[in-house]
Design a protein around this ligand. Sequence first.
Ligand code: PLP
Ligand code: TYF
Length: 396
Amino acid sequence: MFEQIERVPGDAILGLIEAFKKDTNPQKVDLGVGVYRDAQGNTPVMRAVKEAEALLLNNETTKTYIGSHGAPAYGEVVLPMVLGQGSPVLEAGRASATQSPGGTGALRLAADFIATQLPGKDIWVSDPTWPNHLGIFPAAGLTLHKYPYVDADNRLDFDGMLGALKQIPEGDVVLLHACCHNPTGFDLSRDQWKQVLEVLKERKLLPLVDFAYQGFGEGLDEDAFGPRLLAENLDEVIITSSCSKNFGIYCERTGCLIMVAKNAEQMENVRSQVAIVARENYSNPPAHGGAIVSEVLHSDELTAVWREELTEMRDRINTLRRDFVEALKPYGLDEKYAHVAEQRGMFSYTGLTPEQVDRLRDEFSIYMVRSGRANVAGFSHENLPYLAKAIAAVND
Ligand code: PLP
Ligand code: TYF
């Protein structure tokens, strides 16, 4: 039967990793996949994580199943990280945490929950969005639509977005990026979040907030402004949280589906259904990543170390954004690319065209997604002059 199976191309973002590896140019630059890199181009294990793992290795007494919702000790620390210490949502017992295999696993849980428990509800995602969103929701049987997010001049199209949200049928689900929008780097201001909240209320829409980069934009609490505003002002909100980036534990597959309901009673009903969805997908989540996060966040000492390391990563990215624009000054291109310094998170929609991206790869061994999305963490003080020169060449 397999002779009928057609071969399809792999993930375009992940494909860049292979192409980059094969390139022998010593000046090659990888601005592709969204993984943090330090000044040496490495993605090291964070110190707080290493220490937590050492403690786990010594103290672990069993490897038995941890249950469909994951380890309670993990949910206990993730809920206040996402919703805020002393959040009224937590005080009211309205929020439930389900540990998941990464943020991606949480998105699939959300998709299956919507498909089975809210039949007939469609999902709306920003145009553009993370390509996996386009796969996950239809795979669960949902109909997916897009709302505008970026205009023809490569700027946040907030008016277009808000106008489109106002037209969405009552009860549908709207996916919002909490911060560090992937792929564009354009985030909503606090005032814009408040306007979105009003439309969600008016149209009775259900927000699904994808929170994959908490701490990479402005800070752990600052980045949570949107999800907290919605959770505190709406009866129902879905949040998918990931610890892949902010703990640097990409391969440990550590995420969380947070369901916020009107009251504790309804939350328990929803929670019972989420357990079924998890069970039907993979039974129990992997334990190790959640155990690391729990170990770090239950220790004041390790939390302080982790926060310092996270701040270092965030500051490095934001500094590189400004230095990138500075490096383009000699070529008279600083104004054209000034938005790169304003965007937040790992990614920048640079505004480079697919043809320019191809030239950067073929002539300069600079690798990025054809949409013009660059991983800012791939910039370094060593490669910025080279990058600026190359970008000037393809702008000629
Ligand atoms: N959502 C967005 C927008 C992302 O960019 C990513 C990550 O890479 C994820 C979700 C999921 O991350 P992970 O499954 O690695 O935790
Ligand atoms: O957008 C990125 O680069 C990250 C990493 O299938 C990623 O979110 C990319 C593609 C993919 C899984 C993760």
